[in-house]
Ligand binder design. Sequence first.
Ligand SMILES: Nc1ncnc2c1ncn2[C@@H]1O[C@H](COP(=O)(O)OP(=O)(O)O)[C@@H](O)[C@H]1O
Ligand SMILES: [Mg+2]
Ligand SMILES: [Zn+2]
Length: 424
Amino acid sequence: MFWSKSFIPTLKENPQEAESTSHKLLLRAGLVRMLMAGVYSYLPLGLKVLENIQEIIRQEMNACGASELLLPALQPLELWQKTGRDKDLGQVMFGFKDRRGRSICLGPTHEEAITDLVRSQVSSYRQLPLVLYQIQTKFRDEIRPRFGLIRACEFIMKDAYSFDQDEAGLDKNYQAMFGAYKNIFLRLGLKIIITEADSGVMGGKVSHEFMVPSKDGEDIVLSCSKCAGSRAFKEADSLECPKCKIEMEKLNCIEVGHIFKLGTKYSQAIQANFSDASGKLKPVIMGCYGIGVSRLVSAVIEQNNDSEGIIWPAEVAPFDVIILPLDATDNDIMGLAKDFYCQVIDAGKEALLDDRDERAGIKFKDADLLGIPLQVIIGRNAIKDNTVEIKVRASKEKIICPRSQALAEIKRLTNIHGLSGIKE
Ligand SMILES: Nc1ncnc2c1ncn2[C@@H]1O[C@H](COP(=O)(O)OP(=O)(O)O)[C@@H](O)[C@H]1O
Ligand SMILES: [Mg+2]
Ligand SMILES: [Zn+2]
């Protein structure tokens, strides 16, 4: 992609309204813009990052046997009255009446909708187990939308649901999801803490939360330095680790994933029953598994940045390489830059060419801000003595190499730094 043809409105200064590091960087690197409180547009770079995260999630979900579908955002309030959650979630629901006077809401979550679908289609144990997921926009009228994509009123969630005939089946699906979640967060370059949590309005028994430690996180997790045990902290809880009898550390965290064993709460309320092998009618046993997809963009930035800007982990980066011709008015330099751009694209990788007529200083600053893993700097020397400079964003390591070697050097750096494979 050529910068001049894209839409990457970077900002030199920290915007006034941004409170957290990730919120500042989201705005400064031109990833998102706010339309109103808690509601954001994803600009081209932000959308690429979002799509990369979704791709990782899809791969891991499909690998554990889940099938993707897409449920509607518009839901009849009637369905929510069956589970009583029209009251539990009433405060955060966006609701209105359609022209026929029916009460409608914009889905804050989808347990009711998916359970109703399964009620209408599944009747026998032969159709179970079943694991379904979607990646979809959720709507919640949050009391306090904050920190950009971390607490938004319109946000993207991956929500998966498992349906089994017995507890053993649920345990198996729960464990598979647990494993998939660990893979997802590892590939996203995140260090996480997993806590056993209170399942609140979801109404299940067992639940785990996947937490990203970050100074701007709104959740507090207690972590034991001795046994590495951890749990969610609420006001007035004791700080002591029950096992080690020592005081645990309080960590601010961002919740990025939450999985629940729901049991039969929804299937009983909505009558999603199946007949077992002996012909007996039973409610299906459910689990639900959420990931805050758009929130993850913020969480990844919170854990991967320095004073200059973002440092994208390889699989999340919007581009693999950014090419910086230092003088866009010089035909020779631009010619070499475009030639190198084609080489990188031919090698199967994504490149951003900063073809703007801007000073070198501005291009360097913006490249660091954007956080693309490798920078290739093409200046006078590319013509004078046929060399280019390659900079590794994360380590700030700089390598000067002959122009003819640049692609090979990029492949080498990619391997050393575990950057997404430019393949040999
Ligand atoms: N307002 C929000 N903005 C962005 N992401 C959210 C928001 N609310 C929840 N999420 C994400 O969706 C995931 C699943 O949601 P859920 O556990 O139902 O939410 P909550 O913990 O707020 O009840 C959460 O782990 C979180 O990552
Ligand atoms: Mg939660
Ligand atoms: Zn302990």
